[in-house]
Design a protein around this ligand. Structure first.
Ligand code: 4AD
Ligand code: MG
Length: 435
């Protein structure tokens, strides 16, 4: 019986006859020789079939294979220095599982396609080499993130998607019809529930899909994205800054250690990731505004940063930059004010280097009941919807803090991409909900 292996295992089978099940990625051929490239998800391997050395029938069916036909190739593995993966296969057999018809060929060809065409064929585009690499970096980022929290005493407690109230302002809520004329909203953040969970477990995190009805059509916004959010009881803003640094260094390290091949496919300049070190630079909002004005930005004190501002702020930084003490006015209702400067909030944004902008937002939460009630009123948020949340300030309230990181923003930075839509398998944007 000839063993079936995955391409990634080829190195352990040099000199052996094996079978590999996959799809025809590419085919180079002449009258005398055929080089079918097979991909199986774990890698790509080139087969070699010389007409004079294989049965006529085998050579002809190899030669007439069509792109992305599903096939099982049989052959002997040979080490080959010049091959990308280090191995080639001398083909001895072929089983065709499904042949893609010439009349309706695979739509994504090696030629250039526009982004709209590719996004419309996202279900197929995922097979392309770059997309395959990005998905693997994403997986690494997620795995590293989970490992980081799991090995640092955090308990995973997932938070609901259907929620009765806003967390991050009412302008980006998706409303859903619920039973008996009730309205619920898709979660904008698990934070409020995280706060309750942190009072039960001390340190928790949630990690799930997050929804924002963002009108902004930018390369940094999706309407559905994945966010990881840690929350700690008895913690201050300074402690979550350190947590964010440790987490990001851990993620960068894992990606560099485990995903070199993918970063190479993506032509990522890894030296930019290798120089990420903690502690990260820190900057007060006041200072950031002055710096930006000096660089010609139109920002005035009290305003939020635009994408260009974030890029300007980080252009001279080798690593991430933590900006803190944002104006209370532009922040969500739950931020604890700075002692002695209530117009500033104990919040932070972590800006990625190389112009990737905000990847983390977080801060210290109001723990005083009266102040929290006042803020709910100021933000026109109905107290009834938040009664459970205000309970947390009645029954053993403590200072607490946390943050949220958008996985797609982090992966965009790791991979060095232009647009974050490539970092999620099926991006959801204002004008895109298919496939
Ligand atoms: O800064 P944000 O809005 O913070 C929160 O939601 C807090 N409740 C988190 C917390 O403290 N537990 O969002 C956090 C992060 C951003 O820094 C960004 O990485 C990502 O979520 N994010 C988005 N990613 C993609 N598309 C969008 N529309 C995003 N909005 C936020
Ligand atoms: Mg933010």
């Amino acid at each position: 019986m000839i063993p079936r292996i995955r391409i990634v295992e080829a190195g352990a089978h040099v000199g052996q006859e094996v079978r590999i099940a996959g799809w025809l990625y590419n085919l180079r051929k002449s009258g005398k020789i055929a080089f079918p490239q097979l991909r199986d998800g774990s890698g790509i391997i080139q087969g070699v079939a010389v007409k004079a050395e294989v049965p006529e029938e085998l050579f002809e069916s190899l030669r007439s294979l069509t792109q992305e036909s599903s096939i099982i190739l049989q052959g002997k593995i040979r080490a080959e220095e010049r091959a990308a993966g280090g191995y080639e296969m001398d083909v001895t057999g072929l089983e065709i599982i499904q042949r893609v018809s010439e009349e309706d060929p695979y739509p994504i060809t090696p030629k250039e396609h526009g982004p709209d065409f590719l996004l419309n064929h996202r279900h197929l585009w995922l097979r392309s080499r770059r997309q395959h690499a990005i998905a693997r970096v994403r997986h690494e980022v997620i795995r590293a993130t989970r490992d980081f929290f799991d090995s640092n005493g955090f308990i995973l407690m997932d938070t609901p998607i259907f929620t009765p109230a806003a967390c991050e302002g009412t302008s980006t809520l998706f409303e859903v019809d619920y039973f008996e004329d009730q309205k619920v909203y898709l979660s904008q953040s698990g934070q409020l529930y995280n706060e309750a969970n942190a009072m039960a477990q001390g340190k928790v995190y949630c990690f799930g899909p997050t929804f924002r009805a963002e009108k902004s059509k930018t390369r940094r916004h999706l309407t559905e994205f994945w966010m990881v959010e840690p929350e700690m009881a008895y913690a201050t803003l300074d402690e979550v800054k350190v947590l964010a640094e440790d987490m990001l260094c851990f993620i960068v390290d894992r990606v560099l250690n485990n995903r070199q091949a993918e970063l190479k496919v993506l032509e990522r300049d890894v030296s930019k990731l290798e120089r990420i070190r903690k502690p990260f630079a820190r900057m007060h909002y006041d200072e950031a505004v002055t710096l930006l004005q000096g660089k010609g930005s139109e920002i005035v004190w009290g305003g939020d940063f635009g994408g260009t501002d974030e890029t300007l702020l980080t252009e001279d930084q080798p690593g991430p930059l933590i900006v803190d003490n944002f104006p209370t006015e532009i922040k969500a209702f739950y931020f604890q004010p700075v002692d002695g400067r209530p117009e500033c909030a104990l919040g932070m944004d972590v800006l990625a280097p190389e112009g990737y902008g905000e990847i983390i937002g977080g801060g210290q939460r109001i723990h005083d009941l009266d102040l929290l009630l006042k803020r709910l009123d100021e933000h026109n948020l109905p107290r009834e919807a938040f009664d459970w949340y205000t309970d947390l300030r009645k029954y053993g309230s403590v200072p607490h803090a946390g943050f949220g990181m958008g996985i797609e923003r982090c992966v965009t930075w790791m991979c060095g991409l232009e647009h974050l839509r490539e970092t999620i398998a099926y991006p959801r944007m204002i004008y895109r909900t298919r496939p």
